[in-house]
Design a protein around this ligand. Structure first.
Ligand code: DAH
Length: 341
């Protein structure tokens, strides 16, 4: 038995030292020390020994098991560090190689147009204000003199948060008129750009989220002439000097009188072309004199103060300026599109 163990010792230690990877090593462990392994096989014969011989043999067997185990452990460590070294060698980095170019983006075309407009208004003494996109129906509609039965209040048109229709995603930036009048000292000159939401299906000219710019002036003695002069100036700065505008009568509940402003098509000079859809004119914004009811509702005496306001779509403006034919391109952020500006 002693001899058997000696043989096993020699054979196993040699095999362990020669093993090339951790998988073979594991197979050797099973082969020698496993339940059906060679050492177990030898131990099974212990029964044949006399009671005096047994303890010494048992001790030898235990020693052998320990030795095989530590040989395996030592070899495993060797193999693992060799593997690690090889890996490190393969993955080494040449720090002297030139770095990859960092791709730096640029402003989105729509925000370039917005910045241009902000600059124009800042130059005229307006302040830029920001307000909530989640809005009370009170501010989005009621305080703007939009009655309960108005179609824009329908559930099919507006994103409401509550069954009682009291909280919504603002459908226009006009509630910013109310916020400004309620909180700012008079006179007020402000523009309020921002996102607005309507239940529209996405297509080339519609999106459930888009941007508007609201503008408002409240002061003593403000008239429609101020509105026209200011907007004409803005249009000339955006579309070039001499751009012709026209103001068509329109209806908005929160302005009286109300109008829409068109610009004569800068492409065809009014003759009619694809840009203006053959009309010669392009609708740019809605505007008007702030309704006395709205002023009074915000605590401003309409006998003393008057004001004008306008609201325009930012995407439409950017699309006109950059000849973008599909609204979806503005939001998809495909770099092949954005790189062109
Ligand atoms: N809020 C209107 C809309 O979304 C646009 C508008 C019209 C704004 C007239 C105004 C205004 O400030 O005076 O259609």
């Amino acid at each position: 038995m002693k001899e058997l163990m000696q043989k096993l010792r020699e054979a196993s230690i040699r095999a362990i030292l020669e093993s090339e990877n951790v998988e073979t090593l594991e197979a050797l462990r099973v082969k020698y020390l496993g339940k059906k392994g060679e050492l177990t096989g030898i131990l099974r014969q212990m029964g044949k020994l006399s009671a005096e011989e047994r303890p010494a043999m048992g001790q030898l067997a235990n020693q052998l098991r320990q030795d095989i185990e530590s040989a395996i452990e030592a070899r495993r460590n060797e193999l693992q560090s060799a593997m690690m070294e090889k890996k490190l060698e393969q993955e080494s980095i040449d720090v002297t190689l030139p770095a990859e170019d960092l791709r730096i983006g640029h402003k989105h075309p729509m925000y370039s147009v917005l910045d241009q407009i902000k600059d124009i208004f800042i130059g005229m003494g307006f302040e830029i204000v920001d307000g909530p996109e989640v809005e009370l129906a009170d501010y989005n509609f009621t305080k703007l003199n939009i009655e309960d039965s108005h179609p824009s209040r329908e559930w099919t048109d507006t994103f409401y948060f509550k069954d009682d229709s009291s909280i919504l995603l603002r459908t226009q930036t006009s509630p910013m008129q109310v916020h400004a009048m309620e909180t700012k000292p008079l006179p007020i000159r402000m523009i309020a750009p921002g996102r607005v939401y309507r239940k529209d299906e996405v297509d080339a000219t519609h999106s459930p989220m888009f941007h508007q710019i609201e503008g408002m002036v409240i002061d003593k003695g403000v008239t429609m002439a101020d509105l026209k002069a200011t907007l004409n100036l803005v249009v000339e700065k955006i579309y070039g000097e001499g751009t012709v505008t026209r103001f068509r009568p329109h209806h908005f509940p929160f302005t009286e009188p109300s109008c829409e402003m068109d610009i004569q098509c800068h492409k065809c000079g009014g003759k009619g072309c694809p840009t203006c859809k053959g009309q010669g004119w392009i609708e740019v914004l809605g505007a008007g004199m702030v309704h006395p009811k709205v002023l009074a509702g915000c605590g401003i005496d309409p006998e003393v103060y008057s004001g004008w306001a306008f609201g325009m779509g930012l995407e439409r403006l950017a699309m006109g300026e950059y000849k973008i034919t599909d609204l979806r391109l503005i939001f998809e952020n495909d770099v092949r599109f954005l790189e062109q500006f």
